[in-house]
Write a protein that binds this ligand. Structure first.
Ligand SMILES: *Cc1c(COP(=O)(O)O)cnc(C)c1O
Length: 227
């Protein structure tokens, strides 16, 4: 099932991109494997998927050694500063930088491992209390000080739309993130990743300019947090 789902999602992404007048090659699929067993990830790898997203540092820390080194691990959940050390040696892209404090700790850990870690700034576009992210002002200030973090490369922005059936609202939120992304891209050479869209709002996100969709349940099925 997982392999078929991945083929289907890839086909859908390409169709949405073409309908939106975009080049399908501009949009990457990140398979969100949080709470899912290693066997599911192996099934996805067999279908040619190498980018996986995880939300919990301990879970990622357990899975990473069990899977091939060719896997590119993305961290997409809220990251506590004291957990950065669990992922710093191998993480491919951190999507969820939501504070200066976190960026400072990633810098420290990246330097320790003699790495440059790619990061996205998570912007709060949903207006919901429960979602994290920084304001546009905070992000702009951080970008001005990017040189303070020699072991971090800021590659773009990530955002989550509100949890709602109101497609017009989701569209407005994605559009505002894309506008901010374009503004920053003019000033920052490394900026070329806009991580937006999940299983339920992938189409809206691609229409609005996403370059990376984070798809979990549509590939792996519903998650069971109770386990
Ligand atoms: C879980 C999660 C996803 C995937 O959500 P689905 O609805 O299962 O596609 C995407 N992004 C983030 C930040 C997540 O936490």
């Amino acid at each position: 099932m997982i392999a078929e789902n991945i083929q289907a999602i890839r086909a859908q992404m390409a169709a949405i991109a073409v309908a939106a007048g975009r080049n399908p090659a501009e949009i990457e699929l990140l398979a969100v494997s949080k709470t899912k067993p290693v066997a599911d990830i192996e099934a996805a790898i067999a279908a040619g998927q190498l980018d996986f997203g995880e939300n919990y540092p301990q879970e990622l820390r357990e899975k990473q050694p069990l899977l091939p080194p060719s896997v590119r691990w993305h961290f997409i959940g809220h990251l506590q500063t004291n957990k950065v050390k669990y992922i710093a040696a191998y993480v491919h892209l951190i999507h969820s930088v939501d504070s200066t404090r976190l960026l400072e700790e990633i810098q420290r850990q990246a330097a320790k491992h003699a790495r440059v870690i790619d990061c996205l700034l998570q912007i709060d576009i949903s207006g919901e209390e429960t979602k994290s992210g920084m304001t546009e002002m905070e992000a702009a200030t951080l970008l001005e000080h990017a040189a303070t973090y020699p072991n971090i490369r800021l590659r773009g922005l990530m955002g989550m739309a509100a949890l709602t059936d109101d497609e017009a609202l989701i569209q407005v939120q994605f559009r505002s993130l894309k506008q901010l992304f374009d503004t920053f891209t003019e000033k920052n050479m490394d900026f070329n990743i806009l991580s937006m869209g999940m299983s339920s709002d992938m189409q809206l996100a691609i229409n609005e300019g996403s370059t990376m969709v984070r798809v979990g349940s549509a590939i792996f099925g519903e998650r069971n947090y109770a386990r």
